[in-house]
Design a protein around this ligand. Sequence first.
Ligand SMILES: [Fe+2]
Length: 271
Amino acid sequence: MESRVLTNELLDLARYPIHLLEEDAGQDLVADSRDELLTQGTFHLPGFLLPGALRDCVGELEQRFDNAYRHAQEHDIYFARQPLQPPPPPGVQQKLTTRHYTLTCDQLAGTVIRRVYEWQPLCDFLAQVFDTSRLYPMADPLARLNVMGYVDGDRLGWHFDRAKYTVTLALQEAAEGGLFQYRRNLRSDADPNYDGVIRLLAGHDEEIDTLPLPAGTLNVFAGRYSPHCTTPVQGDVMRMVAVLSFVDEPDYRFSAQDRRQFYGRAEPVSA
Ligand SMILES: [Fe+2]
């Protein structure tokens, strides 16, 4: 029943048969997505959320943003709470700004975006693309699914992700700005490339890419080694993007300290 509803109303499963992993069509999509992720550090499925579902999704979220948390943070490119040891060169840990509204999963009961996130075939598809048998929706009641809303002047500062992969669904573009930029493989486990970090933050890195993410696009991004940011939003249309967290531990949760840092509270507002 759930599968049929999602097929007919929410996701373009004719174009992206992620629920048919036993068939050639599903396996072809897995192979293409995996290949793109390995070679480009990202893959995206434009039009993944169907236009009607997208309209419903944005409409129901607009009301809920009245109660969203206003996240405003100064951070460095590592989201480090302390200076790194041994200390990196000056300029590596310079202060960057992130500002946006955040809706947490507990505020998204009954929404289209939560149905998509909790649809098991999506997790199964991503597990195959990531070539792992261990992938689960995150257990954290707040962090597992977030929708970020960026209004005029809001931005996401340059950062590396903790997770190997980040999964987002673009829901609404800004009138201007709000562009997703990334710099592929700036660092590695063996080399933090501090000179490269300083060059990037100074705006002198010529390998910065800007990724078009029209509303409805599912994007998967390998962000642990590839710093990324969103440029400042301009105008009166809120940029909306959902972040869908999948992890390799069945019961992974943020610490209460993390929840307070990112959402201003540690407990869910509702069951
Ligand atoms: Fe990120």
